[in-house]
Design a protein around this ligand. Structure first.
Ligand SMILES: [Zn+2]
Length: 387
């Protein structure tokens, strides 16, 4: 039996186990950095596959890392498993299941022509777990990385945006809102003015950019001029450089609002994700395997609506792919919507998860077995990396 057929057979025979595991994670949604249950059952399953596990890697309680195989290059398969406040509305239970199944498929190969790293990456939803893992060396020595994400479309690439998180805190002066409003300066007025200035700026942003914000503190009581107020903004753009530039412009809006309202603004940049550089050499091989498994798969068209991911940061340090796989039809709900929670625990979702696991495992195998494929992925990475 050739390696691809063996991988497919092993993943099929692992199906019941991994569907049950993915369902369990779905039933126990955990927010960023709190994924104790998910990390626990994933590492238990990996141990049962015969893997040795390093737990709490990179100083993260819910991260884990395992490595196996023979001599040769190293490919990492990444699992995510955090949820959102409305449950597994981003389908990370399927990401975890696909990664674990891919690892089970590769583990079934008696003599792998290289090494596989199975990396459990917490807190994709706003915590930047992969950034922390990169900084702490969890991906050192790895030649290429991959994961796949459920959406409502089947693409071998995903054009994720770079982000910049901003927290703006305004300090005004409290006063009785009827008796002596002239003695106060409103921190809420500054927040509202900031949002208006940001809206006025939108026309002048490059296509594909996004700015969105929420007010997290709008005042202390309706009859007191708000002494302090706070808002969060997320600026997104096609490049990290431009996301930073937009973030700086939001800060200028806030400074102008503070000046106009007689308040003071404190601004904190809470980090951000890098844009995703999809390695086409690897993505096209993944697409070929997906098509051989019976599902059409091509590159995401330019300007496909998208979000952001800390896999973007991984793609800036090594060749990486982050294909998206369809678990819902267009219009039936997409990531982060309540409707997507059910898609992430559906037969359609689990069927796709198994198929994606096969395509990832076969692609990872090819990267180990075909020096030319890995060489072209690396050459492309060097040519496209941002300075
Ligand atoms: Zn997600």
């Amino acid at each position: 039996m050739d390696a691809h057929a063996e991988i497919g057979r092993a993943i099929d025979s692992y199906r019941d186990k991994v569907v049950a595991l993915s369902h369990e994670i779905h039933e126990h949604p955990e927010l960023k950095f709190q994924e104790v249950f998910a990390a626990g059952i994933l590492t238990k399953a990996a141990t049962e596959l015969g893997l040795e596990i390093d737990r709490e890697v990179g100083g993260l309680k819910t991260a884990f890392r395992s490595e196996f195989g023979g001599k040769g290059p190293t490919v990492a398969i990444l699992a995510e498993y955090d949820a959102l406040p409305n449950g597994h509305s981003c389908g990370h239970n399927l990401i975890a299941g696909a990664a674990l199944s891919a690892v089970a498929g590769l583990k079934s190969i008696a003599s792998l022509p290289g090494r596989i790293v199975f990396l459990g990456t917490p807190a994709e939803e706003g915590g930047g777990g992969k950034i922390i893992l990169i900084e702490n060396g969890a991906l050192r020595g790895v030649d290429a990385a991959m994961m796949a994400h459920p959406t409502d479309a089947e693409f071998c690439t995903m054009p994720a945006l770079a982000t910049q998180h901003l927290k703006l805190t305004f300090h005004g002066h409290g006063a009785h809102a009827a008796l002596a409003p002239w003695d106060g300066s409103s921190a809420l007025a500054a927040v509202i003015q900031t949002f208006q200035s940001v809206d006025a700026m939108r026309l002048h942003l490059r296509d594909g950019s996004r700015i969105h914000g929420i007010i997290t503190d709008g005042g202390q009581a309706v009859n007191i001029i708000p002494e302090h107020a706070e808002c969060l903004f997320l600026a997104r753009a096609k490049s990290s450089k431009y996301a930073k530039e937009i973030g700086a412009r939001v800060v200028r809006c806030a400074e102008a609002a503070a000046m106009a309202t007689g308040t003071r603004v404190e601004q904190v940049v809470e980090g951000g994700y890098k844009n995703l550089i999809n390695n086409l050499s690897i993505a096209h091989r993944y697409a070929a395997h997906t098509e051989a498994l019976g599902v059409k798969c091509h590159e995401a068209p330019e300007n496909t609506p998208t979000g952001s991911t800390d896999m973007g940061d991984v793609s800036h340090v090594m060749p990486a792919i982050h294909p998206s796989f369809a678990i819902a039809r267009h219009g039936e709900g997409n990531c982060h919507e309540d409707a997507f929670v059910a898609h992430a625990d559906s037969k359609r979702g689990y069927d796709a998860m198994i198929r994606v696991a096969k395509a990832m495992a076969m692609t990872a195998y090819d990267l180990l077995a075909e020096p030319d494929l890995l060489a072209s992925a690396k050459k492309e990475f060097e040519a496209r990396r941002e300075s």
